[in-house]
Write a protein that binds this ligand. Structure first.
Ligand SMILES: Cc1cc2nc3c(=O)[nH]c(=O)nc-3n(C[C@H](O)[C@H](O)[C@H](O)COP(=O)(O)OP(=O)(O)OC[C@H]3O[C@@H](n4cnc5c(N)ncnc54)[C@H](O)[C@@H]3O)c2cc1C
Length: 314
């Protein structure tokens, strides 16, 4: 079995999501990584050092500068013959790219895999994470996106993969890059942070959201998350949304503040190691998944919590 991992990178840095994909791939066979982009030699060097990687395929061309799925898909299709499995992380990038590759190869992809049973059998969540389905795929080639929180990060220490340069492949000019708006945040990235402080509609306004959550996140070096209701009400930007239609997180500590705990929200955070909930309604469903629950008004509880943490830390 040989496995092709599609690397994800930003600003010359290999994303951690790729390391999870390598761990998943290593359970299936020998792992090669495709690094496609423009001026990405540094990324190839990082990929080279990942333990267990056999070869890094480097497609360094201006056409791949923006990582458009439409231009990358034909490149991956051209490489596909040599691989039994093609894997990407189930991030926005992977979820956009892999179905296109699958369509071109006439394969059905298996999405959001959380566990690998054998080379053709995979477990993945369905019904917003309320059930796990075991799928056996009889297809000659398996295309998978993997849930990054379900696979540990591969180590980047002793790897000595060879780097092979590959040429760009012609792609139909059906789309073009227009603009990219990146949210700048002083907090850690949501999907990889060890601590996430998440706010819901209970915060009541964008001002309260910022005034209460930012200092708490600063104190804990936490990322900021939000429920969809909070995002829809413009308390927080869209890329903070945690849940079925947002990001999947599994930090060491998840603090849900003014979040009721709808199943669509739980789908994105219930694998967190420790869950703390602050809610004034003792019947709120979030308390069913919380390890620690505080029935209190967040306007008094959060400032007190910040004070207590500061007293311990300093
Ligand atoms: C197809 C679909 C996909 C969805 N995807 C997502 C998703 O990805 N992520 C997501 O989050 N939701 C998602 N939703 C929406 C989801 O169903 C809920 O509507 C949403 O999660 C509710 O957000 P909330 O908990 O912030 O708001 P609410 O349900 O309104 O809860 C607010 C909570 O704040 C508490 N509160 C109010 N004031 C205070 C106070 N002063 N102190 C303490 N507590 C207080 C209340 O008791 C309440 O429990 C989706 C829905 C659908 C249909």
């Amino acid at each position: 079995m040989s496995v092709l991992i599609i690397a994800e990178q930003q600003q010359s840095c290999l994303d951690e999501a790729t390391l999870s994909a390598v761990t998943a791939g290593s359970q299936l066979g020998e792992v090669d990584i495709l690094v496609a982009g423009h001026d990405v030699a540094d990324v190839a060097v990082q990929a080279q050092k990942i333990n267990g990687v056999r070869k890094v395929l480097l497609a360094d061309a201006s056409v791949y500068a923006q990582g458009l799925a439409e231009t990358l898909a034909p490149l991956i299709v051209q490489l596909a013959d040599s691989y039994s499995h093609i894997i990407a992380a189930a991030t926005s990038f992977g979820k956009n790219l892999l179905p296109r590759v699958a369509a071109l190869l006439d394969c059905a992809p298996v999405s959001d895999v959380t566990s690998i049973v054998d080379t053709q059998t995979f477990v993945h969540p369905i019904y917003a994470g309320n059930a796990f389905q075991t799928v056996r795929s009889e297809q000659p080639k398996q295309l998978l996106t993997i849930r990054t929180t379900a696979f540990a990060l591969a180590e980047v220490t002793a790897g000595q993969a060879i780097v092979e340069n590959i040429a760009a492949v012609d792609a139909p000019q059906l789309s073009r890059f227009v603009d990219r708006s990146l949210t700048k945040s002083e907090h850690p990235e949501l999907t990889t942070a060890k601590v996430v402080v998440s706010g819901g509609r209970g915060l009541g306004s964008a001002e309260n959201f910022a005034a209460l959550l930012n200092p708490l996140a600063d104190t804990l070096n936490a990322a900021i998350g939000a429920s969809r209701a909070a995002v829809d009400a413009d308390y927080a930007p869209n890329d903070c949304q945690v849940g079925q239609t947002g990001k999947i997180v599994a930090p060491d500590l998840y603090i849900a503040i003014g979040i009721s705990g709808a199943i669509q929200h739980l789908a994105g955070m219930k694998d967190s190691k420790v869950i703390v909930a602050i809610n004034k309604d003792a019947e709120a469903p979030i308390f069913k998944v919380a390890d620690y629950g505080l029935v209190a008004d967040l306007h008094t509880a959060v400032p007190e919590l910040i004070q207590q943490i500061k007293a311990i830390v300093h």
